[in-house]
Design a protein around this ligand. Structure first.
Ligand code: ZN
Length: 112
């Protein structure tokens, strides 16, 4: 049996969650965590119930992520095939930083 490692844990302070808190964070039923605990990253201190840090939850989340093939294609696309990024010209920059028209200005646009 391989030794348990916590390489995935980047916690700088201990803020563990119990089954109910972990389930609430994941928006799942605590019973699912209990039923699958032997397959899930967690911490176990003697006879105490298992506890989870947020790194455990992130790993559980990744283990259960369903990414359709089409989404994988997009994720794996080379950067030059990814969605085009507009060149940063003064026009683009001003549009990006401008706010939606409100009140009178919006009505004025709608009338044109
Ligand atoms: Zn952690």
């Amino acid at each position: 049996m391989t030794a348990w490692t916590r390489r995935h844990c980047v916690c700088t302070e201990v803020r563990n969650l119990d089954y109910e808190e972990a389930a609430a964070a994941l928006k799942i039923k605590a019973d699912w965590l209990r039923d699958h605990i032997s397959e899930l990253p967690h911490q176990k201190y003697g006879q105490n119930p298992a506890v989870f840090c947020h790194c455990d939850l992130r790993l559980i989340q990744a283990m259960n992520a369903k990414v359709p093939a089409r989404a994988q294609e997009v994720l794996n696309a080379p950067a030059d095939q990814a969605a085009p990024v507009p060149a940063e010209t003064s026009t683009v920059r001003s549009l990006a930083t401008s706010r939606p028209a409100k009140g009178r200005a919006r009505r004025a646009v709608a009338q044109t």
